[in-house]
Design a protein around this ligand. Structure first.
Ligand code: ZN
Length: 414
């Protein structure tokens, strides 16, 4: 099963917006921009929402049917491990193997030595076409990279073979993700990680490295965009080289996680994938839920009251909600509006603070990030929240579609 060159992961915490999300892909397609939607949800999200992978499959199939979408689409078991994968096997046809926890843990010394021996030819100057200088890697550096990454790739091999034994070969797309680690991987590390993936015979179609800079949830990139652009292009060159050198799948492409709202990176990414004729998987997840809040606030009345209530509750549970996401959010608590102040806001004012429009002076990234991780509060409201979504389905759907279409698909792939 081959993933198309352009694909975008979309998340939908409460499984109500599948059609509104897909509508954005329909609009892009009408403009000649072909992007494969992939509905992704991680085990962590399922646990918090109390949903199951079958719900995601159902939502995707229903949206595809309702909109008569004839393109490809996927259901992504996001960030799964050997411990969590089983519940996802039947419903998913895209698996993001998360082996970040195994990074930095030493593999068996014999395996490391064998790896260094096998790829000794790569030690020394390697000419990756397009890279500014030949890659100079000594045996010691190869050994160090293997010591850091080999165990993780071996684990990916175990997960891959486990899924393959259940689903059969070529029945699903495989992604390897290393993004939830503390340090970015350099293009040289990427080269040897790909060598190890080829050794494990994982037919990897997308790889998600950790890039330089901060990819906070639901807000723009924080870091040096020019440096990101250089690394991103070098990664593309390394991938093209590795595909030939190691016989990896021809369409292998980069996957950018926490990819929503990274407005300052979209133009460099767009240019780079065109220049290198490369594909891209852009993974987003949680911003559709923020569009639900925006729609509720815009609807006014009970919807607005509920949006305010959710903020008040999230504000009071700051540590609990932010804890699990500490590595991927940056909230300045002093810049959070007091719940009493938010209570006096009109719907329009709430929307201005929340919607990601950097040119709007009322936009508050702290407010936005807190609500981003606050979906647990809405999950606990259960049917009350879902009924509010249904009551304002139209205005919410409009915001969901607009967000996916204008602020993502068009900017990255258009
Ligand atoms: Zn990720």
């Amino acid at each position: 099963m081959k993933l198309e060159p352009y694909s975008m992961g979309i998340g939908d915490r409460f499984a109500r917006q599948g059609k509104a999300q897909l509508q954005a892909f329909v609009m892009a397609r009408e403009e000649g921009v072909e992007v494969t939607p992939s509905w992704n949800k991680s085990n962590r999200e399922h646990t918090i929402i109390r949903s199951s992978p079958a719900d995601v499959r159902q939502e995707a199939d229903a949206a595809v049917q309702a909109l008569k979408w004839r393109g490809a689409y996927r259901v992504d078991a996001d960030h799964i491990s050997l411990k969590t994968v089983d519940a996802f096997i039947a419903a998913s046809d895209f698996f993001t193997l998360d082996v970040a926890d195994f990074t930095g843990r030493g593999a068996n010394p014999d395996a490391i030595a064998a790896f260094v021996g096998r790829h000794a030819a790569l030690a020394g100057p390697i000419r990756v076409p397009g890279l500014a200088a030949p890659v100079q890697v000594g045996r010691e550096q190869v050994r160090a990279i293997a010591a850091k990454h080999l165990l993780a790739v071996q684990e990916a091999g175990k997960i891959y073979r486990h899924i393959e034994s259940r689903k059969g070969p070529d029945r699903f797309v495989t992604e390897v993700s290393l993004d939830e680690t503390d340090r970015p991987q350099t293009p040289v590390e990427m080269l040897f990680i790909l060598a190890a993936i080829a050794d494990e015979e994982i037919p990897v179609q997308t790889i998600a490295p950790k890039f330089t800079g901060r990819f906070n949830k639901g807000v723009d990139y924080v870091g040096d965009a020019a440096q990101f652009a250089r690394e991103f292009e070098d990664d593309l060159r390394v991938i093209a080289f590795a595909v030939k050198e190691f016989g990896l799948p021809a369409g292998l492409k980069l996957s950018v996680h926490s990819g929503s709202d990274k407005f300052s990176l979209y133009e460099p990414i767009r240019k780079a994938i065109r220049k290198h004729k490369a594909g891209l998987h852009l993974k987003t997840a949680g911003t559709t839920w923020l569009e639900e809040l925006i729609g509720l606030a815009e609807a006014g009345g009970d919807g607005l009251q509920l949006a305010k209530e959710i903020y008040r509750s999230a504000h009071g549970r700051f540590d609990e909600l932010c804890g699990p996401y500490a590595a991927v959010i940056d909230i300045n608590r002093r810049k959070l509006p007091a719940p009493a102040e938010v209570n006096r806001w009109t719907g329009a004012r709430y929307v201005k603070a929340l919607r990601h429009d950097p040119s709007c002076k009322e936009f508050n990234p702290n407010f936005r990030q807190l609500l981003h991780v606050g979906y647990k509060v809405a999950a606990e409201l259960g049917p009350r929240y879902l009924q509010a979504l249904d009551a304002s389905a139209e205005v919410i759907g409009r915001n969901v579609t607009e967000n996916v279409y204008s602020r993502h698909l068009r900017m990255v792939f258009g």
